[in-house]
Design a protein around this ligand. Structure first.
Ligand SMILES: Nc1ncnc2c1ncn2[C@@H]1O[C@H](COP(=O)(O)OP(=O)(O)OP(=O)(O)O)[C@@H](O)[C@H]1O
Ligand SMILES: [Mg+2]
Length: 338
C-alpha cells in the first residue's frame, strides 16, 4: 500500500496537471510494491505507466515494447542467470515429517508477520539450507514456500553463474544478490554444493573459493526486502563448515517411512484407492525409494488402472509399480558402478 504522502503527491500532481510528477510518484510506488513481492500489482502499474498517452494515430512516439513485460522478469545481466516462476504449490499438500513441517511453518509465520517483527528491530527467518537425498522434496519445498507466501520463485542457474573466467562469477553473484535486496521473492540456489563445496576441495580451487567467499559475504548483508534464500543440496558432506552458521534453519530431509509412503499414496490416489490396502506390505515394497519415486510409481499404477477401465488401484498394482521403480533404480545404479 502506498504511503499517504505518496497519495497526496499523486493528487497534487494530477490537480496541477504535472504529468511528470504523477509518473515519478507512481514509479516509486510500483518499485515499493515490487520490493514487497507484489509483482502483479507492480506489473499492472508499470503497464499503465508504459501505455502511450496519445490516441493510437500518434503511437509511434516513444515506442514501449516493454509495456507487457512482467516487471519481475529478470532483465539484462540477470536474464541468463535467473529463471522466474509463480508457483501454486503448498506445504500442506506435501508429505513431510512433523519436525520438518513445523520448522517450515515457523518460517512462513515469521515471513508473513515480518512487519511486526521489523517494528521490534527483528528480522524474520529468511535463510534456509535444505539437505537430503534426491527426490525427497527439496526443490518442491522452495516452490511451496513461494506458493504459501505468494511470492515469485527465482531459481538461480548456478551453471551460468560459475564461469571459467576469473572474477566474473563473483560479479554475477553480486548481480543476483542485488536483485535479492531489491525484489522480494524466494531465491533458490539448487544443487548448491556447486558453490558451497569445501574451500579446499576440487581442482578449480581458486575460482570456487572466490565464489564461496563472495556468497558467504553477500549472505551476511542486510536484506531489507526479507527475500527468502533457499539453498538445496544432496551432498551436505561437501559443504563448507563456514556456511552452517549463516543459515537461519538447516532442514534435513530423509526417505519416507511407512507412514510417509501411505501419505504420499493416499494423496495421489485420492478417491481411487482400493479399500483393502495392506500398508505394511506396500511400505515394504517402497522401502528405500524416495518420495519422488513413490509418487511416480503411484502415477504409473493410476495410468494402468485408467487404461484398464478400473475404478480403483489395488494392492497388487501398487506393489508391481513400486517393484518396477526399484528395479529401475538398481539398473541405473549398476550402470554408474561399472
Ligand atoms: N515430501 C514430498 N511430498 C510430496 N511429494 C514429493 C515430496 N518429495 C518429492 N515429491 C515428489 O517428487 C518430485 C521431485 O521432488 P523434488 O524435485 O522436490 O526432489 P529434490 O529433493 O529436489 O531432489 P534432487 O536432490 O534430485 O533435486 C516432486 O515434484 C513431487 O512430485
Ligand atoms: Mg531438487
Amino acid at each position: 500500500m502506498p504511503a499517504a504522502k505518496q497519495v497526496i503527491a499523486l493528487l497534487a500532481g494530477h490537480l496541477d496537471g504535472d504529468n511528470e510528477q504523477v509518473r515519478t510518484v507512481a514509479l516509486q510506488i510500483a518499485a515499493a510494491e515490487a520490493r514487497q513481492g507484489h509483482v502483479k500489482t507492480a506489473a499492472t502499474m508499470k503497464k499503465l505507466l508504459d501505455r502511450p498517452r496519445d490516441p493510437p494515430a500518434t503511437q509511434t512516439r516513444g515506442a514501449t515494447p516493454a509495456a507487457a513485460t512482467l516487471l519481475a522478469k529478470p532483465r539484462g545481466d540477470l536474464e541468463d542467470l535467473v529463471t522466474v516462476a509463480q508457483p501454486k504449490a503448498r506445504l500442506s499438500a506435501m508429505t513431510l515429517t512433523s519436525g520438518v513441517r513445523e520448522r517450515l511453518d515457523r518460517m512462513v509465520r515469521q515471513q508473513s508477520a515480518r512487519g511486526r517483527l521489523r517494528e521490534h528491530a527483528l528480522r524474520p527467518g529468511s535463510k534456509l539450507l535444505l539437505v537430503g537425498p534426491p527426490g525427497s522434496g527439496k526443490t518442491l519445498t522452495a516452490s511451496a514456500l513461494a506458493g504459501e507466501l505468494n511470492l515469485p520463485l527465482f531459481t538461480i542457474r548456478l551453471d551460468a553463474v560459475i564461469t571459467r573466467f576469473l572474477g566474473e562469477s563473483a560479479t554475477k553473484l553480486r548481480a543476483v544478490f542485488d536483485q535479492i535486496a531489491q525484489m522480494r521473492g524466494v531465491y533458490l540456489f539448487d544443487e548448491f554444493d556447486a558453490i558451497g563445496g569445501k574451500r579446499s576441495a576440487g581442482n578449480d580451487v581458486g575460482e570456487v573459493r572466490r565464489i564461496l567467499n563472495s556468497f558467504l559475504q553477500f549472505l551476511e548483508e542486510p536484506n531489507a526486502t526479507d527475500s527468502v534464500i533457499v539453498a538445496a543440496t544432496n551432498h551436505p558432506e561437501l559443504l563448507d563448515r563456514a556456511l552452517i552458521r549463516r543459515f537461519d534453519e538447516i532442514i534435513e530431509y530423509g526417505l519416507p517411512d511407512v507412514d510417509g509412503v501411505r501419505d504420499i499414496i493416499k494423496r495421489r490416489l485420492a478417491g481411487r484407492a482400493s479399500r483393502s490396502l495392506n500398508w505394511e506390505k506396500i511400505g515394504g515394497a517402497a522401502h528405500g525409494l524416495s518420495q519422488g519415486e513413490v509418487s511416480r510409481a503411484v502415477e504409473e499404477a493410476l495410468r494402468e488402472a485408467i487404461l484398464a477401465d478400473k475404478k480403483t488401484v489395488d494392492q497388487a498394482a501398487l506393489v508391481t509399480a513400486l517393484d518396477a521403480r526399484r528395479a529401475m533404480r538398481e539398473a541405473v545404479a549398476d550402470l554408474f558402478n561399472e
